[in-house]
Design a protein around this ligand. Structure first.
Ligand code: ADP
Ligand code: MG
Length: 532
């Protein structure tokens, strides 16, 4: 072992920065939190190169006194707490005084600010944490921060950055919960001057949610504020059966006005939705929880959004029963077990839809059925969701596929289910789901071999798209064309669909599922075409 030495200051700052700033989105999170803490009413974010090239954030908050302009870049310099006890009543978003110090250490940063009680604005320029200049300038009240060449002196970090689409996605994902949290604040985000988020002040949270996520507010239930005890209040916004997402990308939890993640709460709300949504389909929700400050663990790391609530049992229990009660009361109930297909009152399962030519027909003889089921066995992925379910004893050494192959067809019920007898089990197949699966497999084969058969539309189908969906669309429209989805932009947040693969029964849902990439996946998830 070598002799012990204290690390040099610039290395310490880079290590500290690495903990707080992982990517452009983390810079934006820290800076916009500062702007909210400064009581800004308008927030303007302009980026280039998905934030890798430059990030500029301008607010109209209280501003910073010129004499503090150098101090704010020192480690643990903060105006938000003074002593240990403040930690337990902290209302601001950040308080560790590390963000500006960290960002400055790994970028080229220019900050300009004018405090509301001051006539003069000042500008400071730092590079790699070193002050380059400080001088007075002209500016109205507020703060503007310009960050260029992020990670210029930490190339290893820079290398870990993902594609521009992914980083841009992360940025939108970071900003979105705050737009829901602060409906009264105006938000603008541009990328190379192209508007991505454009939000005027909203008169209610529900209106803001509808606008930022491009959802129909009539499909969102808003509960009253529910008081559990003196210190605990809950408020829920829950989508009804009409909003169905292939991912959990529209789910938000806020604790004491802070966007957080909490896996248990998320799990239980999604479970409540099983009453109205099919498996693998996710809703929108926003949950607001207000609790006494000493009920949450404040010692969590600033970049970790997972929050720990002490004695969370009662809160989770209430959230789950409030959700279930509201969803069942206001939404249409789920009708039948429908893997790969979700039937509503308006959309009952019919056998005469697209899959008919190669699928199962209504009053078939057992011979025809057995031919078709053979086709079924060939195409089913029996490891995926339970398109086939077994009654009685389910324990068997044989795979389900094998069991089905050996099973004997014994009849049909209600023109909906096929029954098979296998040694010790009764196997039931949902005919409609089976048809959908066959259709889907045919479509995938068509896409893989050449281009699928196309249905051209006389009037385009319009799809309200969220900022994330538009980012994916922008990058993947040529790819979509290969799948048979021909699309153009109808207006700034609506996509027009001009053609779709003939085999897709609900092209709107198919397209939406394809657009619900999380940004990490470069390829479309073709399987999502089968979900709805
Ligand atoms: P923290 O937010 O934890 O205090 P930061 O490093 O993020 O630490 O910021 C340091 C200080 O700089 C803040 O406490 C605040 O006083 C000041 N500050 C930063 N950004 C702004 C802003 N946009 N408007 C007003 N004051 C700001
Ligand atoms: Mg801060």
């Amino acid at each position: 072992m070598n002799h012990v030495k204290v690390l040099p200051e610039d290395l310490i700052s880079k290590i500290a920065a690495g903990e707080v700033i992982e990517r452009p989105a983390s810079v934006i999170k820290e800076l916009i939190e500062n702007s909210f803490d400064a009581e800004s009413k308008t927030l303007e974010i302009n980026i280039e190169g998905s934030g890798k090239k430059s990030i500029t954030i301008k607010d109209d908050g209280c501003g910073i006194f010129s004499q503090d302009l150098e101090t704010i870049f020192l480690r643990h310099a903060t105006s938000k707490i003074k002593d240990y006890n403040d930690l337990f009543s902290i209302k601001s978003l950040g308080f560790r005084g590390e963000a500006l110090y960290s960002i400055a250490a790994i970028s080229d940063l220019t900050l300009t600010s004018r405090h509301r009680d001051s006539q003069d604005a000042w500008q400071i320029h730092l590079r790699g944490g070193n002050k380059k200049s400080i001088h007075p300038v002209n500016m109205s009240q507020g703060t503007k921060i310009e960050i260029k060449e992020l990670f210029f002196n930490t190339p290893a970090r820079r290398k870990f950055l993902k594609s521009d689409t992914t980083e841009l996605h992360q940025i939108v994902n970071t900003i979105t919960p705050y737009t829901i949290l602060f409906p009264q604040i105006k938000f603008f985000l541009t990328h190379y001057k192209k508007m991505i988020i454009d939000l005027p002040t909203a008169s209610s949270r529900l209106k803001r949610i509808a606008k930022v996520l491009n959802l129909d507010p009539n499909h969102i239930l808003e509960t009253e504020t529910i008081t559990l005890d003196d210190n605990t209040r809950l408020k829920l916004y829950l989508s009804d059966i009409n909003i169905q997402r292939a991912r959990k990308d529209m789910q938000f939890i806020f604790v004491n006005n802070r966007p957080v993640q909490n896996h248990l709460i998320s799990y239980h709300i999604n479970q409540a939705y099983r009453a109205i949504l099919p498996p693998e389909i996710f809703p929108f929700f926003a949950i607001f929880i207000d609790i006494a400050f000493d009920n949450i663990d404040v010692n969590i790391h600033p970049t970790k959004r997972e929050v720990k609530i002490k004695n969370d049992f009662q809160i989770i229990n209430s959230l789950r029963s409030i959700s279930e009660e509201n969803l069942i009361r206001f939404s249409k109930p789920k009708q039948i077990f429908t893997p790969g297909g979700n039937f509503t009152n308006e959309n009952p399962p019919l056998l005469d839809s697209v899959g008919e030519t190669q699928g199962l027909e209504r009053d078939n003889t057992s011979q025809k059925i057995s031919q078709d089921t053979n086709k079924l066995f060939a195409s089913f992925d029996f490891n995926s969701q339970s398109t086939v379910f077994q009654n009685y004893k389910t324990v068997s050494d044989k795979s389900l596929k094998q069991q089905l192959k050996e099973a004997k067809y014994i009849g049909q019920f209600n023109r909906k289910y096929l029954f098979f007898e296998s040694s010790e089990s009764l196997l039931v197949i949902d005919q409609h789901a089976a048809q959908e699966r066959i259709t889907y497999e045919t479509l995938i084969t068509q896409i893989e071999i050449s281009t699928p058969q196309i249905q051209r539309l006389l009037t385009p189908i319009l799809l309200n798209a969220s900022a994330q969906e538009l980012i994916v669309w922008e990058n993947q429209k040529e790819e979509l064309e290969k799948f048979g989805f021909s699309t153009t932009l109808f207006d700034e947040n609506t996509i027009a669909l001009h053609s779709h693969p003939i085999l897709i029964k609900d092209p709107k849902i198919g397209l939406r599922n394809l657009l619900s990439l999380d940004g990490e996946n470069r390829r479309f998830d073709l399987d999502s075409l089968a979900r709805r």
